[in-house]
Design a protein around this ligand. Structure first.
Ligand SMILES: [Zn+2]
Length: 323
């Protein structure tokens, strides 16, 4: 099986964005150490919108410089850089030492077709300019890739070939999110033209869906309790607050949820079990999502053990090498 570990590299979008140092630089340094130890490549999706805004603000010039250095470091080490777009940065305001993010512009579909295309091209040009390898992969901010049809021509223009925004059976229509993947085909990956859920042979684009699974209420009870009992292992390195809309605590604690297979915090406890299920079903690929901002000591050690245990039997690859 080919396994791609992918990282959305960004700040938080809630009431506190956290610092670049704690949400991006420090956890990513740890992640790169794990990659180096096992000689495996990862795929990073830097949130370009934030970097473009850092350019305007003198107080972010050191952060911007450090982030670009880190991007160039992973690029030189052979990791993949993909395009990740959180377009609300176009409208975000830096005020009283804090970012205020207008959630009514959370996704590209909140902009006009022309605006959305211009954002894709601008963000792509910025990040492509920083790395030595062509950018081929895309992940939508907050999984909000729909409708894909309005992105296709911009992606064509900048050479994006692979999308990894879909997770099978995923659905969230609570603002600011808007995605419904319940009609995703039951294929490990597929080619498509303008609808990311409609397989078309020999089409321009390929969807490599993020693996998903059910998480029981018990899982979330453990997640919340462990964070309190053992903050050293289970509290995130990142120091911000997530945006609302990811589901209420009550909801998570009372019914099962289908969510992504992830390296984030306690989610990493399910990596090995998920791999076993994929092995049994003879799945050819496994795509795992992670966020440096949500990295915990527990998650990092589980990731280390997961790669150690499986690197001989399976192949850890960049997203673009999943085919
Ligand atoms: Zn993101």
């Amino acid at each position: 099986m080919k396994i791609a570990i992918t990282w959305d590299y960004e700040l938080f979008f809630g009431s506190r964005s956290g610092t670049v140092d704690k949400c991006m630089l420090e956890p990513t340094k740890r992640i790169l150490e794990v990659a180096e130890k096992h000689e495996v490549p990862f795929t990073f999706f830097p949130d370009v919108g934030s970097l473009l805004r850092f350019q305007d603000l003198p107080e972010f010039s050191a952060d911007l410089h450090a982030v670009i250095s880190q991007v160039q470091q992973w690029d030189a080490l052979g990791h993949e850089t993909g395009l990740h777009i959180h377009p609300h940065w176009e409208k975000s305001v830096w005020e009283n030492e804090a970012w205020r993010h207008p959630m009514e512009y959370y996704k590209l579909s909140d902009f006009t077709d022309e605006e959305a295309k211009a954002i894709v091209l601008k963000y792509h040009a910025f990040i492509q300019n920083k790395v030595s390898t062509p950018i081929l992969s895309y992940r939508a901010g907050g999984w909000c890739v729909q409708p894909f049809s309005r992105l296709a021509s911009a992606f064509d223009e900048c050479g994006i070939r692979y999308d990894s925004s879909v997770f099978k059976q995923g659905k969230n229509t609570q603002a600011p999110y808007q995605y419904d993947f319940t009609k995703a085909p039951s294929l490990p990956f597929w080619h498509f033209e303008s609808d990311e859920l409609l397989p078309v042979e020999n089409a321009r684009f390929t969807e490599f869906p993020i693996a998903s699974r059910m998480y029981s209420p018990l899982f979330f009870w453990k997640l919340f309790v462990l964070g309190r009992l053992n903050p050293r292992d289970h509290k995130g390195i990142g120091n911000g607050v997530p945006a609302a809309g990811g589901g209420s605590k009550f909801d998570l604690l009372t019914r099962a949820h289908r969510l992504c297979v992830s390296v984030d915090g306690y989610y990493a406890s399910k990596l090995q079990q998920t791999l076993h299920r994929f092995e049994k079903r003879q799945e050819p690929i496994l795509v795992v999502i992670g966020h440096p901002k949500a990295l915990t000591h527990f998650g990092l050690s589980r990731l280390d053990a997961f790669i150690q245990k499986n690197k001989e039997k399976h192949e850890f690859v960049k997203l673009q090498d999943l085919k």
